[in-house]
Design a protein around this ligand. Structure first.
Ligand code: ADP
Ligand code: MG
Length: 298
């Protein structure tokens, strides 16, 4: 998935633990083979290749994942949109971009973006991108989905506790082997080595979207790899957004969405959702939390 996974399991022996971890790795690879838009052999690539041409038959699993992404697009009024992917031609977040694209180019880049044009046919299990040049990508939800599925598989195998951690996007269940809760450290954005607060995670997920790694800077403003699908401009003003909820797929999608929405709209949005909390660090390194989060600052 282009990112490192750390897998922790509670097991009776080293070999049992390793077998569980292998099973989780296979599950993550299986999902990558379904949702990667880099690998030309995946069903997702096939959907993209057939944009504007014809519907593509996909596995129910992929169909249902796309169905859920459309619900999140509706819920977030389009802040989250897997069809953002056609914009990747104008923005690069690997340090190779030196000038800001002009307004006309940015406006043109969103022409092919729009989740309304992702057409699902449940009876046939097909996905059709209506416009030629449209593309979908699971960059903002795939890691969370993979973490959930790996967790589910291990739970089915009887693993009583563990953590699937996809580069900081994690889903935990059960307890540590000594019965303690799993704890997650929220780092101080001013001093990454210093833990700012510890929070217990009980059978739930924590996902962070951040712009510490992938961003491009123009005139002192850091533009992140999370793009506003409506304007075509990368979001700015946020350093990180962490979302806490039961499953990592939703947390992943919502952390990206809040990044696009900004502090005020984002907090308002999260406060309206039951069982979802968030911590936002803005670009001035100020910390904002949703209503039910108390940080025991250290
Ligand atoms: P991270 O990569 O920090 O874990 P996210 O989970 O928020 O962050 O995912 C960011 C990725 O999601 C981007 O690199 C891009 O592939 C994709 N993306 C960017 N903007 C959007 C958007 N508005 N809606 C859906 N996906 C997006
Ligand atoms: Mg995300």
């Amino acid at each position: 998935m282009g990112s490192a996974f750390d897998i922790t399991v509670v097991a009776n022996s080293q070999s049992e633990g390793e077998a569980y971890i292998d099973a989780a790795i296979n599950e993550i690879k299986r999902i990558e083979n379904l949702i990667s838009s880099w690998d030309p052999k995946t069903q997702t690539s096939s959907i993209n290749k057939n944009a504007g041409i014809s519907p593509v038959t996909v596995d129910p699993e992929l169909f249902q994942l796309i169905e859920r992404t459309l619900k999140i697009s509706q819920l977030t009024k389009g802040a989250f949109d897997i069809s953002y992917a056609s914009m990747d031609r104008i923005w690069r977040f690997d340090g190779t971009m030196t000038i800001m694209p002009d307004e006309a180019a940015v406006n043109a880049s969103v022409e092919k973006v729009g989740y309304h044009n992702i057409i699902l046919n449940k009876a046939q299990s097909t996905v059709f991108l209506k416009e030629k040049g449209m593309k979908i990508g699971f960059g903002a939800i795939g890691k969370g989905y993979a973490a959930d599925k790996a967790k589910q598989l291990l739970q089915e195998k009887g693993v009583t506790g563990g953590i699937i951690n996809a580069s900081g996007d994690l889903n935990a269940w059960g307890n540590q082997h000594n019965g303690d809760d799993w704890m997650v450290a929220i780092k101080n954005p001013m001093n990454k080595k210093k833990v700012f607060s510890w929070l217990p995670i009980k059978n739930s997920a924590v996902v962070t979207s951040g712009n510490y790694e992938k961003f491009v800077e123009f005139d002192g403003t850091k533009y992140s790899h999370i793009i506003n699908p409506k304007t075509g401009y990368p979001s700015y003003g946020m350093t990180s957004v962490s979302v806490f909820t039961k499953n990592a797929e939703l947390a992943d999608a919502l952390s990206t969405s809040v990044f696009v929405m900004g502090v005020e709209t984002g907090l308002n949005f999260i406060n309206q959702l039951k069982g979802v909390e968030c911590i936002i660090v803005d670009s001035k390194n100020e910390i904002h939390t949703s209503n039910n989060i108390q940080l025991n600052k250290q």
